[in-house]
Design a binder for this molecule. Structure first.
Ligand SMILES: [Zn+2]
Length: 266
């Protein structure tokens, strides 16, 4: 079989209180906003799409409505050309021809680029779709529907799911950050890469089994169970790519799209 290629991009950065990511920590932490592009013989896939381009605006009202509930906690470092569609175009990939979008979950920093990938089929957990349509969640602006309710052809999955039915791209349910969060296992040759997304923000989160702030924990027990799963995969040789680790991210890409080789992952 033709080989599968996995690429990392960073599509802007945001700064939030460190305690948001690691409960009890003080100060601020700047974190990268990643998106991953996968070239598979059966199609092209994006795993998470980053921030909406409205967040490149200088208008505080525009920014505030894009950040929703996270507005007071977040400052954004995001410039024209850093959005996922621009990263892809520069690499010669037409965003309109991407076959699938996978969203780990539907927070603003994971699905903001969906609008720029209009023709893809959209894969998410059924439970996340329910959470993102919950009136209370929308009223609280934990979810901001203009970023994801865009009419994509939706594939709702329930739990583990082998996307292309060949064992190379397996969605794993990692509920607990949100009700329907999912992570992705990618098989590259004989190596397994795990894209945790927000099931594990930082390397430190896993090392210390440290939970984030309660605002982004829907179920602490499930989050700890996810950590244990990632540790056991790591012990079996899998490489873990954390959701927003500011130290790991620059080893994968300087922002621009860059191919990931398992042996390079720290
Ligand atoms: Zn999140």
């Amino acid at each position: 079989m033709e080989e599968i290629k996995l690429y990392a991009m960073t599509c802007g950065w945001i700064t939030m209180p460190a305690g948001f990511f690691l409960s009890g920590q003080t100060g601020n932490l700047a974190i990268p906003i990643p998106s991953y592009f996968i070239e598979h013989p059966k199609g092209t896939i994006l795993f998470d799409t980053g921030l909406e381009t409205a967040l490149q605006s200088k208008d505080p009202d525009v920014i505030s409505s894009a950040l929703g509930a996270f507005a007071d906690l977040t400052t954004v470092q995001y410039h024209p050309g850093e959005e996922v569609s621009a990263r892809l175009e520069k690499f010669g990939i037409d965003p309109k021809k991407i076959n699938f979008i996978i969203n780990s979950h539907l927070h603003f920093d994971h699905c903001g680029g969906n609008a720029a990938i209009p023709n893809a089929r959209w894969i998410l957990q059924k439970r996340e779709w329910i959470a993102a349509n919950n009136e209370e969640n929308i009223a609280k602006k934990i979810y901001t529907p203009h970023q994801y309710d865009l009419g994509h052809d939706r594939i709702e999955v329930d739990g583990e799911y082998d996307i292309l039915q060949d064992g190379t791209l397996i969605l794993i349910p990692t509920y607990g950050h949100t009700d329907g969060h999912q992570s992705l296992k990618v098989k590259l040759g004989d190596k397994t890469i795990v894209l945790t997304a927000d099931a594990c923000y930082l390397k430190h989160s896993l090392e210390k089994m440290a939970l984030p702030d309660a605002m982004v924990v829907s179920d602490p027990e499930s989050l700890l169970k996810n950590y244990r799963l990632f540790k056991s995969l790591q012990e079996k040789g899998a490489k873990i790519i954390f959701g927003h680790d500011p130290t790991q991210s620059p080893t994968l890409t300087d922002g621009e799209i860059k191919r990931i080789y398992p042996e390079d992952i720290q």
